[in-house]
Design a protein around this ligand. Structure first.
Ligand code: AMP
Length: 394
């Protein structure tokens, strides 16, 4: 079923509930250390204001566990938003209360009210219909631009939109869905996926779904070692998920049956420990020392992975190729980031660590789409429908 986008709606004189993802990192002095998420929702806010809407903006921040915690107040977000928009943002004292409702009802065209942290109320994470009904009372139109929160069936993304007649997705949500859902449903080929990072179990569903779609799959980073063990290699003290070795074997067999190429590392940077003083050397699969762990892909692997990406028309990347947070172990991830950026393909990068890696490599601007939602983007790559998107269908 189709969902509407904000361009299709009229907002003049209407109270618009905008679910945004303003879950920004704060330091100990409650200062915002990265305002990317606030900036990402500005186009939607500006459009609704321009069209005369009366905005009620809502988000969660951190995990206050259903009660007020001033350290997780959205007050710093209100100040940042006001600065970026160059206009007043009214900060609500609470999420739902008679007082807040009065302020919401008195909003004028183009004015903005920011509700307090949705998770100050236990009804939010419980997807409580009574809490959602109180949010619904305040507004006439519902807009969801909180892609990064839409994989969770919480009241403001699930129960609330189900109660609203007029609802739509914002610009950020539209861009995420265009790349992660529509582009992957009918990708330009050859289509390559690159998976890495530390947790195999988090990416099982992604591997399953992508095997049915891709022409080739590159597996690097910590994830690769479970697959190398499945192929019978010794990987020393590297990260291995012992519970997923059979699964890794199944994946390798399935790929063969489907004619999907799977590339695994041939050589590695190994270290005695994950720290900047650790002694390192490069080894190949046949000579992996038992007392060392793999911390980055080796130079031959970098070349093979880069060559595979030449000519690709669509590339999806989730998970770094090594412990890139340590400069000594970052080469593989940085080289792959540059290769993805220079590929000329439609490129989609998701996952918090991978987004940081792309930033570190200085190539963010050359990626077609850098997803703002880690968990949500993984669920779309798994082929799931996000609860917050399903609730927007009319
Ligand atoms: P994930 O959240 O599963 O994408 O994992 C991201 C993390 O994987 C990063 O913080 C990396 O430091 C880590 N990582 C990547 N390669 C390795 C490796 N070979 N051994 C241990 N951790 C790794």
């Amino acid at each position: 079923m189709a969902i509407k986008f904000i361009d299709e709606l009229e907002f003049e004189g209407k109270r618009v509930f905008l679910r945004a993802d303003l879950n920004v990192p704060l330091n100990d002095a409650s200062q915002i250390t990265d305002d990317t998420r606030i900036k990402a929702v500005l186009p939607t806010i500006r459009q609704i204001m321009r069209k005369g809407g009366r905005l009620i903006v809502a988000s969660h921040l951190g995990r206050p566990k259903g009660k007020r915690d001033d350290k997780m107040s959205l007050m710093p977000v209100a100040e940042c938003l006001a600065e970026l928009l160059e206009r007043q943002v009214i900060m609500a004292p609470d999420v739902v209360s008679d007082g807040v409702k009065v302020v919401a009802m008195q909003l004028k065209d183009g004015e903005i009210l920011l509700l307090e942290n949705l998770r100050f109320h236990p009804g939010e994470t419980a997807n409580d219909p009574e809490f959602a009904a109180k949010l619904a009372e305040m507004s006439e139109i519902y807009v969801n631009d909180a892609f990064g929160s839409s994989h969770r069936a919480h009241a403001s993304v699930e129960a609330l939109p189900r109660m609203m007649k007029i609802k739509a997705a914002g610009y950020l949500m539209r861009k995420e869905l265009r790349y992660l859902q529509e582009a992957l449903a009918d990708p330009q080929r050859p289509f390559w996926a690159i998976l890495g990072g530390a947790k195999v179990s988090d990416k099982l569903g992604v591997v399953d779904n992508l095997l049915a779609k891709v022409d080739g799959l590159i597996i690097g980073g910590g994830m690769a070692y479970t697959f190398l063990v499945a192929q019978g290699f010794n990987v020393g003290k590297s990260l291995v998920d012992q519970t997923r070795i059979t699964y890794a074997k199944d994946v390798l067999e399935k790929a063969k049956r489907k004619n999907v190429q799977i590339l695994l590392p041939l050589d590695h940077v190994v270290a005695t420990a994950i720290n900047e003083f650790a002694e390192t050397k490069v080894v190949d699969n046949q000579h992996f020392p038992s007392d060392r762990m793999g911390v980055d892909i080796g130079p031959r692997t970098i070349d093979i992975f880069k060559n595979a990406l030449v000519g690709a028309k669509t590339i999806v990347w989730n998970g770094p190729m090594g412990v890139f947070e340590q400069p000594a172990f970052a080469t593989g991830t940085m080289e792959i980031a540059k290769a993805v950026a220079d590929s000329g393909a439609v490129t989609i990068v998701g996952g918090g660590e991978t987004v940081s890696a792309v930033k570190k490599a200085g190539v963010t601007d050359k990626i077609s789409h850098v997803s703002t939602g880690g968990g949500a983007s993984l669920e779309l790559l798994e082929g799931k429908v996000l609860p917050g998107v399903a609730a927007l269908e009319s």
